[in-house]
Ligand binder design. Structure first.
Ligand SMILES: C[S@@+](CC[C@H](N)C(=O)[O-])C[C@H]1O[C@@H](n2cnc3c(N)ncnc32)[C@H](O)[C@@H]1O
Length: 243
């Protein structure tokens, strides 16, 4: 295997944490629908206690990107399959000379965006940038008047999804990939993505979970996807609102 590919294989194993063996997983308990359980849940939360659910380690689940990695472990939740797919898309546009930059809207800890930057690095590509768009404070509250499909969405209550810009920059920096080919776009997509309307894209990766977040990406970014480029909608299969 050529050395650029060896580097990218190692990157994927490291970013998914599969290189180190999986840690015990604890995922935040979702706010229950049952009103009594909800009262109890809220009163516990008010005391500053986070309820976590123990999950057995499952390598296959991580491989498929179907779990939420613990803090201080994987920098992406999209798993090996998601990263393999992303690598294919980025390398394919490089190979075919499809013009434009790369963007992820919904970066969380930054792992998938870090990986895109590493693919450019591996191929010695200096003329393209990686845009990393996120609130860096979690998901917005749903706006059911405008987006009925988001009614009742609870993603905004998950503290685990709020990762600060400083933390994401630090994550890039640990891989030696924080440089001027990376552009951070901080804020709600409804405010920030319209400012990117003049950019040309070769790969767009939407990973904002909600209907609103996906819609803002489609409306503002898709029109400038170069013909032959790729649009990846991460949550299409798994999150009903997004689909
Ligand atoms: C599921 S996480 C992304 C996972 C990540 N791509 C990965 O590789 O694991 C969703 C991210 O989207 C961001 N997000 C969702 N909707 C947003 C919006 N409307 N505006 C800004 N950020 C948003 C959240 O802050 C969160 O970091």
């Amino acid at each position: 295997m050529p050395s650029d590919q060896l580097y990218l294989e190692l990157m994927k194993k490291s970013l998914t944490y599969m290189l180190y063996g999986l840690e015990d997983e604890y995922v935040p308990v979702k706010r229950p629908h049952n009103p009594v359980k909800r009262l109890i849940f809220d009163s516990i939360k008010r005391r500053g206690i986070e309820l976590l659910l123990a999950q057995p380690k499952q390598l296959q689940v991580r491989f498929e990107g179907k779990d939420w990695p613990m803090p201080k472990s994987a920098l992406t939740a999209i798993g090996m399959i998601g990263l393999d797919n992303l690598q294919f898309c980025v390398e394919d546009v490089l190979r075919r000379g499809v013009a434009g930059d790369l963007i992820e809207a919904g970066a969380w800890r930054g792992g998938a965006s870090i990986f895109m930057r590493s693919v450019l690095k591996a191929h010695g590509t200096e003329a393209r940038k990686v845009y990393v768009a996120d609130s860096f404070e979690g998901l917005p509250k749903p706006n059911p008047e405008k987006y009925p499909k988001d009614a009742g969405d609870t993603h905004h209550t998950f503290d685990v999804l709020a990762v600060s810009l400083d933390q994401v920059k630090e994550n890039f920096s640990r891989y030696g990939l924080l440089d001027d080919q990376v552009c951070f776009v901080k804020g709600w997509f409804r405010d920030t993505l319209p400012t990117l309307k003049d950019n040309k894209w070769a790969v767009i990766r939407l990973d904002g979970d909600m209907y609103e977040s996906t819609w803002d990406g489609l409306v503002n970014l898709y029109p400038n996807l170069t013909v032959g480029g790729y649009l990846i909608v991460d949550d299409y299969g798994a999150v009903k609102g997004c689909r």
